[in-house]
Design a protein around this ligand. Structure first.
Ligand code: MTE
Ligand code: CO
Length: 425
């Protein structure tokens, strides 16, 4: 289990003085708890540790995390391990992370036929179909356009799928909800390129095709392409990672991950949806009445408590900060409420700014644990007024096992020993 949160959070009341003072000013009962947890100094406290006695390592061309963080990895699931080992997904380990930006090496991956090894000098993006002037771009030509940078999440519509199982799986927050990550993306607004190509009357959809061995393709309404779509070239300041679509991907903020076509090679303006294999065989939401909803692009308002969550242990009673991430395809998160009593009552968490549109928002709430059992839940609201639904409300219209677009409230139970488990409520 990644140690970060359990260690840091449990030592926080006694070792992190500035934070401790901040809490002390706020509440007398906090002070009482803190005095119980203060540490006695070890005898060798003033001795220099080993790593102060020899020179440190030299510089490196590209930095890597501390070896002590080696357990912070993406858990992965391969759909077809022998035929196509690159087909499947790996997930962001949210339970071990803080803040809102996902480190590029921990951004979730979802590949339909592995990661292509694309030579950026040979790769081209074609814009054609119902346009006045078909255009062909190399990476260097695209990189010369005025670029914009925006912080956005990408979420696979299959995210949180493990919670569709009849019994709640006892796996980490990342293993359940880790098909969602946030980066700062830099690229060219797609509207700019479409206007340059000249949109012909009658064009209402765009076929977007990737240069992977799956030729993954989706139909995108022209309106979205003209709104906030981007051809992303950079991720967190550096060129896109191969896993995220190097050298270019379509970014459709707030829309299901699948439409964010990676390794983008072709955009064809059309009169109607193309009905590609990827939007007819999958990515439709089967209802109880046997009909399936198609082109359900926008992602719902959602949140998950990342600490404490499955795999963490509250080692002793006292102050803990309940924290997590919230996001919505509609725009901004406006509120996150937390319940520690299985939904009987709710308290507003603090939203950590800046709150970007269609991005992770970090929420926090200080809380005292007195060694009793609890069920923790978080409930997010967005600026369209949408509130995260309960599991019962969400699943009502769908066929059994439908596991796309799950955004219902996640619950973690704490037992009297401070161990966490995943529960359905
Ligand atoms: N684009 C191509 N060309 N091939 C793919 O397999 N997977 C899609 C989408 N774009 C995919 C693709 C799916 S289902 C998702 S959820 C996102 O990319 C995942 O993006 P990521 O791997 O960068 O997290
Ligand atoms: Co997906």
């Amino acid at each position: 289990m990644p140690p970060k949160n359990s260690l840091v959070k449990n030592l926080l009341p006694s070792l992190d003085m500035p934070k401790r003072r901040r809490f002390l000013t706020g509440s007398a009962s906090v002070a009482a708890t803190l005095s119980v947890t203060s540490l006695t100094l070890p005898v060798n406290a003033e001795e220099n540790p080993l790593w102060m006695k020899t020179p440190g390592k030299p510089m490196s061309g590209y930095g890597t995390p501390s070896t002590f963080e080696a357990s912070v990895k993406r858990p992965f699931a391969s759909g077809y391990p022998t035929v196509s080992p690159g087909t499947g997904s790996s997930r962001t380990p949210h339970q071990a992370l803080e803040g809102t930006i996902t480190p590029s090496g921990l951004h979730f991956e979802r590949h339909h036929n592995g990661v292509p090894d694309i030579d950026p000098l040979q790769h081209e993006l074609l814009i054609h179909g119902l346009v006045e002037r078909p255009l062909l771009f190399k990476l260097d030509a695209l990189s010369r356009y005025p670029l914009v940078n925006r912080v956005h999440f990408i979420e696979c519509s299959g995210n949180s799928g493990p919670n569709s199982a009849p019994e709640p799986p006892q796996i980490t927050a990342g293993a359940i909800h880790g098909l969602a990550s946030t980066s700062e993306w830099t690229g060219v607004p797609l509207a700019l390129l479409l206007h340059e190509a000249g949109i012909k009357p009658g064009a209402t959809w765009i076929l977007a095709e990737g240069a992977d061995a799956a030729s993954m393709s989706r139909s995108i309404p022209l309106n979205k392409a003209l709104d906030d779509a981007m051809i992303a070239l950079y991720q967190n300041g550096e060129r896109l990672r191969p896993e995220q679509g190097y050298p270019m991907r379509l970014l459709l903020p707030g829309w299901e991950g699948n439409t964010n076509v990676k390794w983008l090679r072709r955009l064809k303006l059309t009169q109607a949806p193309t009905f590609t294999k990827d939007e007819t065989s999958k990515y439709t939401d089967l209802q109880k009445d046997g009909l399936a909803r198609q082109f359900t692009f926008g992602l719902g308002v959602k949140s998950v408590i990342t600490f404490p969550s499955y795999g963490h242990k509250l080692e002793r009673q006292g102050l803990y900060e309940i924290t997590g991430i919230a996001w919505t395809g509609a725009g901004r998160i406006t509120r996150v409420e937390i319940s520690t009593n299985n939904g009987l009552s709710w308290k507003d968490a603090t939203l950590q700014g800046p709150v970007h549109s269609k991005s992770f928002t970090r929420f926090r709430l200080p809380w005292h644990w007195h060694g009793t059992t609890h069920v923790l839940q978080s409930r997010a609201t967005d600026d369209s007024g949408a509130v995260q639904p309960t599991r019962t409300v969400f699943t009502a219209p769908y066929a059994k096992g439908m596991n796309f677009h799950n955004n219902y409230i996640q619950a973690w139970a704490i037992d009297a020993n401070g161990s966490l488990s995943n529960v359905y409520t």
